[in-house]
Design a protein around this ligand. Structure first.
Ligand code: HEM
Length: 496
């Protein structure tokens, strides 16, 4: 057979195979997709989707898409075909079927910056192992025995530094509080020490990169963040080495017992150095940003709602009076459990502020939901913010109304509000630090309302892009609230 004859025989076969394969794929492709628009090639509709908007709204893009296509629509976001869900039922379905029908799938740039062993990136068994470590370390028992005292100490350190009538950024103060708490809890680093302050500086550069476009060129925020990442990792690694030197052959610390995450991981978990570094960095990230923004949001919402401040203050004055009577200073778990209205304020802050607005998932199989197909491999974005701000689910959703949660508490659980409230996500990836976050907010609010009155020094509001932040840093002015015998004196409290 001549070469030409071979080509003429083989070519039609190859073309037929391609055509049959294409036909087969097309048949598979004939999904009943939700309505929507795929936008420009590659970038799709990403720019519109990420356009900054007020954190207490879902933004123009989402509003227009929901009114045009409904609560479930298709799009092209982050370079991939995507199903966006503002539907409470679908969001629950996605979160509950993690690992079976859907899987966590953050953009590659997040893995680049948080590390390939970060909990946000890991799936399957590796994720489960890392999750167990985090859950153990933030268990309810540890919250009672260790964290409550730490949270209160760090709250007081920050609040005690506030000067009457001075103007400062409440957001920076909240960040200081949560960073110091995390640095202490994770690596026993003390606030104010040069090593802690250096780490904080690097961390700020790192965070700017996490929220920026992932452009790895000289001078970009992303490139600077990658540099800060390696500096931060060096600090953590050095701490690790110091700690390993202290651990004897029996696995016990020879000198001082530092009861932090680093020590715990070194003694109890079988992780590589790289895994420990990424775990610690991702916990620092997960535990610092979200809680500090939530505290800033609470300060912001409350200054516009004096009735809520008054009720909150009454609750905390009662707790404080009972403690004074009993000769106690530090808050204990029973005090925390008495903070019922405070929990309503926290829930309402998380509902209206939507610190984590959506999460990233992908479909592991072809999935059907409400007559629509979600094709295998497509990205899926459950948008919690859209559910939390849905007027069909929450009466006057844009209105800060902590009392709506009071009715919830008196009704049986499983009610509409509770079912549709997912500030901490859900299913097997439910936030590992949710109880710690609520404790931080409650203790901070306790001392805030007992110690100060506050007002905005200039107008500001929280923007979502999509990380939530106050553009001007939430400048506030404080006055002492004197009617309490309460003293912000940690030394005196420690000596009691
Ligand atoms: C109000 C504050 C917080 C909010 C709103 C929040 C929200 C969330 C959400 C929505 C997720 C799920 C992400 C996903 O499914 O892809 C998550 C995961 C996580 N959060 Fe939080 N979080 C907060 C505070 C904290 C704190 C204080 C910590 C403590 C270090 C923490 C540690 C984590 C961890 C480790 C995960 C990953 C869980 C897993 O993948 O199994 N979070 N958080």
């Amino acid at each position: 057979m001549s070469q030409l004859e071979i080509v003429l025989t083989v070519l039609p076969i190859i073309i037929s195979v391609i055509l049959i394969w294409d036909l087969f794929k097309n048949k598979k492709r004939s999904h009943k997709l939700p309505p929507g628009h795929m936008g420009w090639p590659f970038i799709g509709e990403t720019i519109g989707y990420l356009k900054p908007h007020s954190a207490t709204t879902i933004g123009e893009f989402m509003e227009q898409h929901i009114s045009r296509y409904g609560k479930i629509y298709k799009s092209n976001l982050f370079g991939e075909p995507t199903i966006v869900s503002a539907d409470a039922g679908l969001n629950r379905f996605i979160m509950q079927n993690e690992g079976r029908l859907f899987e966590c799938s953050y953009p590659r740039s997040i893995g680049g910056i948080l590390g390939k062993w970060s909990m946000l990136v890991l799936v399957g068994e590796l994720h489960r192992d890392m999750r167990m470590i985090s859950l153990n370390f933030m268990s309810n028992a540890r919250l009672r025995t260790h964290l409550l005292r730490e949270v209160e100490t760090h709250t007081l350190l920050v609040l005690r530094s506030w000067k009457e009538n001075s103007v400062f950024s409440a957001q920076d103060e909240a960040k200081k509080f949560t960073f110091n708490l995390m640095a202490k809890h994770i690596m026993s680093m003390d606030p104010g020490k040069p090593e802690t302050e250096n780490l904080k500086r690097e961390y700020i550069t790192f965070m700017k990169g996490v929220v920026s476009a992932p452009l790895n060129f000289p001078g970009t925020a992303y490139r600077k963040a990658l540099q800060s990442r390696s500096t931060i990792l060096k600090v953590i690694e050095q701490k690790m080495e110091e700690r390993i030197q202290k651990i004897d052959d029996n696995g016990c610390e020879k000198v001082v017992e530092e009861d932090d995450l680093l020590g715990w991981v070194l003694k109890h978990a079988n992780l590589s150095t790289e895994q420990i570094l990424d775990l610690i960095l991702s916990l620092l990230f997960a535990g610092h940003e979200t809680s500090s923004v939530s505290i800033s949001l609470a300060i912001y919402f409350l200054q516009a709602c004096p009735e809520a401040v008054q009720q909150l203050r009454e609750e905390h004055i009662q707790i404080s009076r009972a403690k004074n009577k009993a000769g106690e200073s530090w808050l204990n778990w029973e005090d925390y459990k008495k903070m019922e209205f405070t929990q309503c304020v926290i829930s309402e802050t998380l509902r209206l502020g939507n610190v984590v607005r959506f999460v990233h998932r992908k479909a592991l199989k072809d999935v059907q939901y409400k007559g629509y197909d979600i094709p295998c491999g497509w990205k899926v974005l459950p948008v919690f913010a859209a559910v939390h701000l849905d007027p069909l689910l929450y009466d006057r959703p844009q209105h800060f109304n902590p009392w709506r949660w009071q009715c919830e508490r008196t009704h049986a659980s499983g009610s509409t509000t509770t079912n549709n409230f997912t500030p901490f996500g859900g299913g097997p990836r439910l936030c590992a630090g949710s109880e710690l976050a609520k404790l931080e907010m409650a203790v901070f609010l306790h001392h805030l309302v007992l110690s100060y009155n506050w007002e905005l020094a200039e107008p500001d509001h929280a923007l979502a892009f999509p990380f939530v932040e106050f553009r001007k840093g939430l400048p506030i002015k404080v006055q002492y609230f004197h009617s309490q015998p309460h003293k912000l004196d940690i030394q005196a409290m420690s000596n009691k």
